[in-house]
Every structure is written in structure tokens, then in C-alpha cells.
Design a protein around this ligand. Structure first.
Ligand SMILES: Cc1ncc(COP(=O)(O)O)c(C=O)c1O
Length: 450
């Protein structure tokens, strides 16, 4: 008898066991169990297929990770080749070629002194490492009073305690506040004007820089806040303020890097060199869990000393720098570079923007459309201009997502916003399908609910 799970087993058995045993992330399980299930069996390019043989466009890039599509032959080949060598060996006291090559590749992408790479296996971990390294750095430098953290309103950096403390995700994390350390936040800019935000940050730094270790920012787009956009020059202005006040800048590019907004790294595109750079999600093209925190040389140097000096960074995870994930990340970057340099990705992004504007500009149920790179958010309302919102219990955006499934499209709601975050491999006709199916789902749902 075959003891391996059968990926094409009839959905009812899997669903029954899923409902009995699996606790899904960010999910009200009572609601989940009442909804029609989808059991994914396979994927190809921008498409996923379920155990019933139905195909769906992956409009969510499998939680904002997928770059070249599912089942990509180049990423698969890299993975299989490494699998024939070794699946895992530790970076604790040993090293391996995939980990070293990837660290060198990331350092060369970031350039400008971000030469040290600390691997973890998820975005929250990458941010925790940056926070802890900044905190420890100031102690080692004899300035232990610099221990505070500044975040930006609406920031999301993960769900571990440190990342919850520096984030600002409203009710997502509210109940855990009592266990989180205190932090300061400054207001986010609006998409066209950063004046008030930067003035508030300047005042905060003038008052508190002497007690502040670092500032953390999602550059260009705050994804989990609903694709909140920053105006050109904002990241540079924040970096200049941090530098002027001797406060570390942590850029959290977990969501925005690896072509998601067009460039490989947003900080390079913005001409900004942070003290710490956090990467995850698209790093392995959406294949395997891997994250990295890139650190400036001067910060790394402060941690050096004899064993008994206790300057070492005591932090690590079992699967840190896993070689399978590292070779896939290298294959991902090598495949993405020509897509960016040839401007093919830019062309797709422009087409995505045009399609979105044509479909949703002036749409009666879309109060606002935000688009940058391969990300978009649509804020849904009962009727544009009326100022009313849907009652929370109606789950308006979820209802649109359920209708979208009927049209072969997987999307995620965020409150009453719809988030569109497709794999970067979608060609222009697939982008057309994504937008058309989204529009159909909105038009077949929202006029009939209130
Ligand atoms: C900007 C940002 N930082 C950190 C995280 C956390 O990453 P992970 O879910 O891999 O822990 C996310 C996840 O969405 C994110 O968008």
C-alpha cells in the first residue's frame, strides 16, 4: 500500500480531515468550515488546480510570494539537483556553498556596504533579527540608552512579539499589546504629500533620538495596511532624518522586493542604503521558506571580540539558510534579473495599471483604487460617493472573493478591500483575465447585497 499522501484524493476525505485537524492562519475557523472548500492539488504558471480539476488564477500569488509561477522548470531543476546532494545541513559552525553563494548574491544586489547576511526562514524572523541586532549594537557601542524603536502608523512586520510591538495593525494584534514592549509611531504620508508625516517624524526624532535604536519602515507600499502608497522621495527623506539623528534605519522589504514593485530591491531603486534590509516572500520565488537580514559592515564589526567578551549575536533557527531554499533563491534571482533589465516586467506593470483604471476608475462600488507594481487594492463600498460602508458582518469583500472562485480566480479580502497581488509571470492576456474576472465578481455580487 502507498503510504504517501495522495494529492488527488477525493476532496471530501481531505476536507473532513482538514476540518477536524487543521487550524488555518488568520482565519475564523467557524466561518471557514461553513464555506465551500478548495483543495489545491497542483499548479502551473499563474494557475492552481484543485482536486476536482477546476483551475484558478492565483490572484494572491500564494500570499504574495510567487514570482515565476508554480512548477517553474528552472526553479524545479535547481531544487532537484540540490536534493541529490543534501537537503539540509546547518550554518551553525559549518557552512555550505548554496548559502555562501546566496549571501554573496544578495550583498551584491544591495551593494553599498550591506555585506553581512543573516538567514532565517520567514519575514517576521528577518525583522526580529534586525531589531535585536540594532538593540544589541547600541549596548556594545556603549550607548545602551538607545533602546527605543519607531514604527510608522499602519505598519505590518509580522506576528511574533517583537514584530507586533513595532507594527500597528489595529485589531489584528490589539489583544497582545500587554505583552509587547512600548514603541513610538509617526503618521504615514498620504500618496501625494509627505509633509505632515516628515514634520512629525522630525519632531519625534528631535525629542527621542538619544533613546532610540532604530526606525522600521515598509518602503514605498504598506501591503497589509491595504496597499497604502508613499510619494516619491519619502523613503529617502526618512533615511536622511535617521542618519542625521544617528538612528538605525531598518527597511522591511519582505513584501516589496524581488520585482513586486518593479525593481529587484526598492532601496536600490530609491538610492537609499539602510542599516538593515529584511527580505523574505519573493526571495525563493514563492517556493520555500527562507528569509534574510542584510546588515552593514560597521554594525557587524561591533559584534566581534573574544568568546568570553559575550559580544556574539545569540540568535538562530534550526533551518537557517537551508540549502534547498538557497539554490531556489539563486535560480529565482537569476531568472528575474533579465525580466527586469529587459523591461518586460515594467511593460506588464503598465498594462496591469491600464486594465485596472479602465475597469475600476469611476466604478460605482469602488471608492478607491491603489496600484503600484504588481499590487493593487480596491476599496469596496455600497455606492461610491454616498459615504456609507458595508456592515462588517456582511463580509462584502469575502462575498466577492467567493464569487470570483466561481469564475476561476483566487483573491483575498482585507476588511472591505480586495487585494490583487498576482505572480509576476502573468502575461498581458492573463492580466486581462485577472481584471475581467475581478470585475465580473464585483458586478455579480455588490449590487445585490446591503
Ligand atoms: C512587510 C512585511 N513584513 C513582514 C511580514 C511577515 O512575514 P512572514 O509572514 O513570512 O512572517 C509580512 C507578511 O506579510 C510583510 O508583508
Amino acid at each position: 500500500m502507498n503510504a504517501l499522501p495522495n494529492p488527488t484524493a477525493p476532496a471530501p476525505c481531505v476536507v473532513e480531515a482538514d476540518h477536524r485537524h487543521v487550524w488555518h492562519p488568520f482565519t475564523q475557523m467557524q466561518e471557514y468550515e461553513s464555506l465551500p472548500p478548495i483543495v489545491i492539488a497542483s499548479g502551473c504558471g499563474g494557475w492552481l488546480t484543485d482536486t476536482e480539476g477546476r483551475t484558478y488564477l492565483d490572484g494572491n500569488a500564494s500570499i504574495w510570494t510567487n514570482v515565476h509561477g508554480h512548477n517553474d522548470p528552472d526553479l524545479n531543476a535547481a531544487l532537484v539537483e540540490q536534493l541529490g546532494r543534501v537537503a539540509h545541513s546547518t550554518l551553525l559552525g559549518l557552512t555550505h556553498t548554496p548559502g555562501v553563494e546566496l549571501a554573496a548574491e544578495l550583498a551584491s544586489l544591495a551593494s553599498r556596504g550591506l555585506n553581512r547576511v543573516f538567514f532565517t526562514d520567514n519575514g517576521s524572523g528577518a525583522v526580529e533579527v534586525a531589531l535585536k541586532q540594532s538593540f544589541q549594537f547600541w549596548q556594545l557601542a556603549g550607548r545602551a540608552e538607545k533602546s527605543g524603536v519607531i514604527g510608522m502608523a499602519g505598519g505590518y512586520h509580522g506576528d511574533t512579539f517583537g514584530t507586533m510591538a513595532v507594527g500597528d495593525s489595529g485589531f489584528f494584534h490589539e489583544r497582545f499589546r500587554p505583552w509587547c514592549f512600548a514603541t513610538d509611531h509617526f503618521p504615514a504620508p498620504d500618496a501625494h504629500d509627505a509633509g505632515a508625516s516628515l514634520a512629525a517624524l522630525g519632531a519625534l526624532l528631535s525629542a527621542k533620538a538619544g533613546q532610540t535604536a532604530c526606525l522600521i519602515l515598509e518602503p514605498s507600499v504598506q501591503g497589509a495596511a491595504g496597499m497604502r502608497l508613499q510619494p516619491p522621495g519619502f523613503v529617502r527623506a526618512v533615511a536622511d532624518l535617521c542618519r542625521a539623528h544617528d538612528v538605525h534605519l531598518i527597511l522591511d522589504e519582505v513584501f516589496v522586493a524581488f520585482g513586486r514593485l518593479g525593481p529587484m530591491l526598492v532601496c536600490v531603486d530609491e538610492g537609499v542604503c539602510p542599516d538593515f534590509l529584511c527580505l523574505a516572500k519573493g526571495l525563493t520565488g514563492g517556493y520555500l521558506p527562507l528569509a534574510a537580514t542584510l546588515v552593514r559592515d560597521e554594525i557587524y564589526d561591533e559584534f566581534l571580540g573574544t568568546y568570553e567578551s559575550r559580544r556574539a549575536f545569540f540568535h538562530g533557527h534550526t533551518f537557517t539558510g537551508n540549502p534547498l531554499a538557497a539554490v531556489v533563491a539563486l535560480a529565482n534571482i537569476r531568472k528575474l534579473r533579465p525580466l527586469i533589465e529587459s523591461r518586460v516586467l515594467d511593460k506588464r506593470i503598465r498594462e496591469f495599471g491600464r486594465l485596472l483604471n479602465d475597469a475600476f476608475g469611476g466604478h460605482p462600488h469602488v471608492k478607491a483604487l491603489r496600484h503600484r507594481g504588481f499590487t493593487a487594492a480596491l476599496d469596496l463600498v455600497p455606492a461610491a460617493g454616498g459615504g456609507a460602508e458595508y456592515p462588517v458582518a456582511l463580509r462584502a469583500a469575502l462575498q466577492v472573493c467567493l464569487c470570483a472562485r466561481e469564475h476561476g480566480l483566487l483573491l483575498r479580502p482585507l476588511g472591505d478591500s480586495l487585494l490583487l497581488v498576482p505572480p509576476l509571470c502573468l502575461d498581458e492576456s492573463e492580466l486581462g483575465e485577472l481584471v475581467a474576472r475581478t470585475r465580473r465578481a464585483i458586478d455579480e455580487t455588490l449590487p445585490f447585497i446591503s
